[in-house]
Design a binder for this molecule. Structure first.
Ligand SMILES: Cc1ncc(COP(=O)(O)O)c(C=O)c1O
Length: 430
């Protein structure tokens, strides 16, 4: 059975989350209250794209394909629900196996629970490509599909993978959560799979969204409903306030502030969000990101605000800025001791999600980065409990040594310089 892992203090962290957990044990306190967190400054630079007026201004750039070019699309509220739909539409049943990468986050694995399918973990190579020999050794009659993740925007060898799946008689689900844009051998990412999924909010300035791409021959009906208007409006408004808090949307700040003020007055709440109101984060404690999957949300549509925004923002700017920012990080971190960029080249067909850095002594460096309020994530920091160091030695190492920094289109030159300076100082101080 697909076990839902129990959260430990070290697991209170999702793959989307820039913060990690270090619990403190307070001597003298009882076992139930012994674990408390510590306060770290919240990053003053957004880890994910926020909305700015500049987001709508196109930049001259070559057109890139995206998963939206890969086939008919269904828009749900998050990538994890798109995975759940793929599993369901493939007709998988309780006990069927799905080959899943040993380097993962919980929101990739939890969707298997909608039908009771089992994850069968496969190994990855040092460059995060799929270890096809290992995959081959894991094939059994109950294995019906494989999920392949294009980590951080860098595609898997899709032609070989497609051929492999055809030979083995299993379905291919392309996980494009990190690769909304991009090609492989001239074809859009997402177009090689029987299904593909994506997570727009990792690329677009939106609060929700999940994309399911399916082959045109798959015509099964998916009926989804919208969230009720008040919650959808609140979600959209919170996102505008969040963008304002990061110094964007200044031109319409009075309008946002007025609506916020009126809304709070109506609810009798004092809370305000402003540039000076990004509060420190309490990290630690026993809450966790595992168990975030809510099967009821499979039936909800991506919000109107997110759909409109995704349609309206300039894709050319997103693509050009992400590529430029990635290269700036590459150059800015060049020559730093005891670390290396996982992908030191940016191929022409790639639009990066984030900038992954391997750090030799991440256990020591990570708290320093936290204290310097560096925006960051650790994808795969907490691996599914059914896995251990023997499942995939590379994944265990990546889990312990890899950290990612943002390269999204909304970062200003100044913000990027700040990120680089802070990373350098954390690493130089170690
Ligand atoms: C590689 C990968 N796949 C799938 C998902 C699930 O996407 P979402 O957070 O939109 O549910 C994530 C989430 O971070 C992810 O990193």
């Amino acid at each position: 059975m697909l076990r839902n892992p129990v959260s430990t203090p070290q697991q209170a962290h999702s793959c989307n989350d820039r913060k990690t957990i270090r619990s403190l044990t307070v001597p003298g306190l009882g076992p139930n209250v012994a674990k408390i967190g510590r306060l770290i400054p919240a990053p003053d630079i957004s880890i994910e794209p926020v909305l700015s007026l500049g987001a709508f201004m196109p930049t001259a750039a070559t057109r890139f394909n995206s998963v939206l070019d890969a086939g008919p699309v269904v828009k749900v509220t998050a990538g994890r629900y798109a995975i759940a739909w793929a599993i369901k539409l493939l007709g998988l049943q309780k006990g069927d196996g799905v080959l899943m990468p040993a380097f993962h986050c919980a929101s990739m694995i939890e969707p298997l629970s909608v039908v009771g399918a089992e994850p069968v973990f496969y190994r990855i190579n040092d460059d995060l490509t799929i270890d096809l020999d290992d995959v081959r050794s894991k094939l059994t009659p109950s294995v019906k599909a494989i999920l392949a993740t294009h980590y951080f925007g860098f595609p898997q060898p899709l032609a070989a993978l497609r051929e492999f799946c055809d030979g083995a008689g299993i379905a291919l689900i392309e996980d494009c959560a990190h690769s909304f844009f991009g090609n492989f051998a001239g074809r859009p990412v997402g177009s090689y799979g029987d299904f593909a999924i994506a997570s727009p909010r990792k690329f677009f300035p939106v609060p929700d969204g999940g994309i399911l791409v399916r082959r045109s021959e798959n015509t099964s009906t998916i009926s989804l409903s919208s969230a009720d208007f008040p919650s959808a409006a609140k979600q959209a408004f919170n996102f505008l306030e969040h963008s304002l808090a990061y110094g964007r949307l200044f031109a319409i700040a009075p309008i946002i502030n007025l609506i916020g003020y009126l809304g709070r007055a109506a609810r009798g709440s004092q809370k305000n969000v402003g540039l000076d109101k990004i509060e420190p984060i309490l990290v630690g404690g026993d809450s966790g990101a595992f168990g975030d999957f809510d099967a009821a949300l499979m039936l909800k549509k991506m919000s109107g605000f997110s759909r409109l925004t995704c349609g309206a923002v300039a894709k050319s700017r997103m693509i050009a800025h992400r590529r430029k920012n990635y290269i700036k990080l590459l150059r800015g971190l060049e020559g730093l001791p005891r670390c290396r960029p996982l992908f030191p080249e940016l191929p022409a067909e790639v639009v990066p999600h984030m900038f992954p850095l391997w750090v030799d002594d991440l256990d020591t460096v990570f708290p320093k980065l936290e204290d310097l309020a560096v925006p960051m994530q650790r994808f795969g920091q907490f691996l599914w409990p059914d896995t251990d160091g023997t499942t995939c030695p590379v994944s265990s190492e990546m889990s312990r040594h890899l950290v990612q920094f943002p390269c999204h289109q909304e970062l200003t030159e100044r913000e990027l310089d700040t990120i680089i300076t802070r990373i350098r100082s954390a690493l130089d101080a170690s």
